[in-house]
Design a protein around this ligand. Structure first.
Ligand code: KG4
Ligand code: ZN
Length: 359
């Protein structure tokens, strides 16, 4: 089934066509240069740019797939969570497309789409990859807005086991990079800088969450990043275990910056791994499927690959960050099952409360 997928939840204006899980085209127009001077996504700029770009991006996706609008058999769009003004642009474009062509519409969840990304077949591969994991498996969803460890029983059935109690993993990368001026967006900048740094130069603290809180909640699989961020940004010298490299005191020079990036990245990854490995042991599920922007992190990929007896599956790099293919692929599954969204379906900025089952 040829499904057009539209993703505009944040700063990527993306559209793709997927047919039977195979990506026929995927176009991602990034707004990064327009937000760089603010060192963060400006919601008003994001939604305005989506409005200007969405028509061209969809046209390009159809053209690369060798389709005209009459060849599309279903339409999927991200409806939550994300920036509301941005979500509305993509969702309403999808509604108009579906209405004009009398096509089935499906509104999908962004996190479920990220988790679906590794099941897609890139358009240069003829067959479904042997890597496609069978359900159930453990999901690791790590992006700028979310850090979720979950059990996935199907493309739409996800049980949240743990989440962040404060900042998301990607948010921590972004905040540290912003503070030290390492580059924007922060995750990719820190990942690159860390390659030349010493991950043992600083020993940053790991959060101690595994205890039942006043509400009786057990934080066994939860993570926290605000303490790490504070340590890196406000208390750097306290955690130094090797002498300062790169010269005298003052703003970090290149070597010093690389050491900060590498030490921070190592700790950020260990925080995720500790919670994830507890879930692996407790659930007896030895397949972990990652998704979201932070799944592009080379340290996370390497550390998970090291674990014997664990099968770690990551999407290709171009499918880690926001893209339309994951939306089209997930949407195709719903549409094949006969699920439809009404034309008055609405977007929502957040998952209502953090529920233990999702969505
Ligand atoms: O999934 P995504 O594109 O958007 C959201 O749904 O949030 O994720 C973006 C996040 C940003 O915080 C970005 O800094 C982070 O993913 N990121 C990375 C890397 N590439 C992107 N974090 C760590 N290492 C990377 N290589
Ligand atoms: Zn995302």
């Amino acid at each position: 089934m040829k499904v057009l997928g539209i993703e505009t939840s944040c700063d990527e204006c993306a559209a793709a066509v997927v047919d039977n899980g195979v990506i026929l085209s995927s176009v991602v127009a990034t707004q990064i240069p327009f937000h760089r001077s603010y060192q963060g996504v400006v919601p008003e700029i994001a939604s305005r740019m989506h409005t200007e770009w969405i028509y061209g991006v969809v046209q390009e996706a159809l053209s690369r797939a060798g389709l005209d609008p009459a060849g599309v058999e279903g339409v999927a769009a991200t409806a939550h969570p994300g920036l509301l003004g941005s979500l509305l642009v993509g969702l309403h474009f999808a509604k108009a497309f579906a209405w004009a062509r009398n096509l089935p519409l499906i509104a999908v969840d962004h996190l479920l789409a990220h988790l679906y990304a590794s099941r897609l077949v890139p358009y240069n591969q003829a067959e479904v990859s042997a890597e496609v994991p069978a359900y159930p498996f453990l999901g690791l969803l790590v992006s700028g807005g979310h850090s979720v460890i979950c059990r996935a029983d199907n493309f739409d059935a996800l049980t949240v086991l743990g989440t962040t109690i404060d900042d998301a993993a990607g948010e921590a990368f972004d905040k540290v990079a912003k503070y030290y001026g390492f580059g924007y967006p922060g995750g990719a900048a820190i990942n690159k800088l860390a390659r030349n740094g010493d991950p043992e130069a600083f020993k940053f603290p790991m959060p101690n969450l595994y205890k039942t809180d006043k509400s009786g909640r057990d934080h066994r699989y939860d993570v926290s990043y605000s303490g790490l961020k504070t340590a890196v940004v406000n208390q750097l010298e306290q955690f130094r275990v090797k002498p300062r490299s790169g010269g005298s005191a003052g703003p970090p020079g290149t070597e010093e910056a690389a050491d900060i990036a590498a030490s921070f990245q190592k700790t950020a990854v260990e925080i995720l791994l500790r919670a994830l490995l507890r879930a692996v042991e407790d659930m007896g599920l030895r397949t972990v499927v990652a998704g979201g922007g932070v799944a592009a992190n080379s340290c996370l990929r390497a550390r998970l690959a090291e674990h014997a007896g664990l099968r770690a599956i990551f999407p290709p790099l171009e499918l880690c960050g926001d893209n339309g293919a994951m939306v089209a692929g997930l949407g195709e599954q719903y549409l094949l099952r006969g699920d439809r969204s009404p034309l008055n379906v609405s977007a929502s900025a957040r998952v209502k409360a953090f529920k233990r089952t999702y969505p």
